[in-house]
Design a protein around this ligand. Structure first.
Ligand SMILES: [Zn+2]
Length: 214
């Protein structure tokens, strides 16, 4: 994995700065892959593209629009050390980003709704209580909105819509969508999700694990 640089981003509302490390590539060794397209693992790091400003609470995108500079990862310059690192967004941050209308395109809104779906699934699977102000009904409503946002362009979209339908308990739509997936590459995943559909299971499942080589 090639790390760096550390980018500096500035809150567009109050000017407060944060640091976030970029990555050039990611190892999937030891990763777990879930049916909601979530990927978790000890060596997996993916910089979050949004951040809640600690000073003014504004949520903004960590991209070229708000980037003001960079430092090499190994730099210990005092001015760099003084800048706090961006924190990983929470479920509430993603919901608030939508409420604050912090998105500028359908792609950004889709990203936020997908993160709510996946983060909600992770919390429910680990039996972690949902944060105050976020209910199961909010998660369900988000799935309905996400379902409408995702197009039917490729197999990946169809698989994602099928999984959303299953999570929402619409097993018939799930089976119909899976029928349209013909690429052999998706055969095993499609079959696993279809099994869960027949069992009328609405929960996200672990699809496979990439074992760390010994
Ligand atoms: Zn701010």
């Amino acid at each position: 994995m090639r790390l760096g640089p550390d980018y500096v981003y500035q809150c567009p509302d109050c000017g407060e700065k944060v640091l976030q490390m970029d990555v050039q590539s990611v190892y999937s060794f030891g990763c777990s892959f879930y049916s909601d397209q979530r990927m978790d693992g000890p060596m997996f790091y993916s910089p979050a593209p949004i951040c809640r400003c600690k000073k003014c609470n504004h949520i903004y995108w960590l991209d070229h629009r708000n980037q003001t500079g960079s430092y090499p990862v190994l730099s210990e310059a005092p001015e760099k050390e003084a800048i706090p690192r961006a924190e990983t967004p929470t479920l509430k941050d993603y919901f608030d980003a939508i409420h604050q209308k912090a998105f500028h395109s359908k792609m950004e809104l889709t990203y936020l709704r997908k993160k709510i779906w996946q983060t909600g699934n992770r919390l429910l699977a680990s039996k972690t209580p949902l944060p105050s102000g976020c209910s199961r009904n909010d998660l369900l409503q988000n799935m309905q909105e996400l379902y409408l946002l995702v197009p039917d362009i490729n197999e990946n979209h169809k698989l994602m819509k099928a999984e959303l339908a299953r999570n929402m308990g619409d097993f018939e739509s799930c089976r119909e969508l899976l029928d349209y997936i013909i690429d052999r590459e998706y055969e095993e995943t499609t079959s696993r999700i279809l099994d869960e559909c027949f069992r009328e299971n609405t929960e996200t499942i672990l699809l496979w694990e990439d074992k760390i080589p010994c």
